[in-house]
Design a protein around this ligand. Structure first.
Ligand code: SF4
Length: 343
């Protein structure tokens, strides 16, 4: 018996640790009403997010990729309850966000932060860097001013800025440095989750990799979990563990990063991948690119059937009338397309 238990214990010790789910999103919808006239009569709805489900594992990065207007940022804002969902659930660390009272929400808020695309627009130009980074500390923690200053200096060091520059103003820093200030503010309260909404899109290409590297280092150091929103499939590859590809408010494909890049199943994923630049000029010159015709349709009148059918190079009649069902075609690899065979 003892020997048997030892074998079981040994097997348990050898089994790979299953990542823990930090955020679980099910059938999330966010529709914005379209109104008309002085009485603001509702005449339609913009279906910014239209029934998405995914999990974000603790300590990992889920990349959310898609063209502008696909609903990525709305998902990020709805997750943090900066927007109220129209339908669906967001469970954070085991608790349903919709059931939180104002007090409960205030307790959870410090654990979920956001890094924005344009650091210039979201840093108050009249506040010193010390005040900007220290503001959440004042709001949520009771610290003496000395403790706060020490924490601000520590945070500046963590993001690679000179702690002696704490009393400078945002305009005295470069774009990359300003994004580091935004990151320092976001990590000031030791959050679990950071929604990174196109955090490098406004930066010079030469600076982008530095900021991504910093975010990866901080993730390892602080055990952070990221939802990393980007239109750039190439950049997502470097930072994400799993990737969800979005189009017109829906997830088209979701897989771990290697499966998605080595074996993209959805025609939209293949089109995005073919248009992402490749560093090797020889490969770049010879590879075949899939050019999508037309623009992404309006989310207030999405096409019937598959929402990608108006631009899909592989569409068949069925695609224009029947919504493809989400299917998991291999463990952890899901897709919504009629033409992907079931296993
Ligand atoms: Fe294209 Fe049809 Fe698949 Fe949609 S369901 S992605 S239109 S082939």
């Amino acid at each position: 018996m003892d020997a048997e238990m030892t074998v079981v214990q040994e097997q348990a010790a050898e089994a790979p640790e299953m990542p823990e789910v930090l955020v679980s999103v099910r059938d999330l919808k966010k529709h914005f009403p379209v109104t008309k006239g002085a009485l603001r009569r509702k005449v339609g709805a913009v279906r910014a997010v239209d029934g998405v489900s995914f999990d974000i594992m603790r300590g990992q990065t889920l990349g959310l990729v898609g063209e502008s207007g696909s609903g990525k940022s709305t998902i990020g804002r709805t997750l943090l309850r900066l927007e109220e969902p129209t339908e669906g659930t967001v469970v954070f660390d085991g608790g349903d966000m919709a059931e939180l009272s104002a007090r409960g929400l205030r307790k959870v808020r410090p654990r979920m932060q956001m890094v924005f695309q344009d650091p210039h627009a979201c840093l108050n130009p009249r506040m010193t860097v010390s005040s900007i980074i220290g503001e959440p500390l004042v709001e949520h923690l009771s610290m003496t001013s000395r403790e706060r200053n020490e924490r601000v200096e520590e945070l500046l060091g963590l993001v690679g800025l000179n702690p002696e520059h704490a009393n400078r103003y945002p305009h005295e820093f470069s774009g990359g440095q300003r994004q580091r200030i935004g990151i320092a503010r976001a990590i000031s309260l030791n959050p679990d989750l950071i929604v990174c909404d196109e955090p490098i899109a406004a930066l010079d290409v030469s600076i982008q990799a530095q900021v991504v590297n910093l975010m990866e280092e901080l993730q390892d150091l602080l055990g952070l979990t990221y939802l990393f929103i980007s239109h750039d499939l190439g950049m997502i590859r470097h930072i994400a563990d799993r990737v969800a590809v979005m189009y017109l408010g829906r997830i088209m494909e979701l897989a771990d990063v290697d499966s998605l890049y080595d074996n993209p199943l959805h025609p939209y994923t293949r089109a995005l991948q073919s248009s992402a630049p490749v560093p090797d000029p020889a490969v770049e010159a010879t590879r075949e690119k899939i050019v999508l015709e037309g623009d992404i349709p309006s989310p207030s009148s999405p096409p019937p059937g598959c929402v990608f059918s108006t631009r899909c190079p592989e569409a068949v009649d069925r695609c224009r009338s029947e919504v493809p069902v989400w299917r998991e075609v291999s463990p952890g690899h899901g897709v919504a397309c009629h033409l992907v065979p079931a296993i």
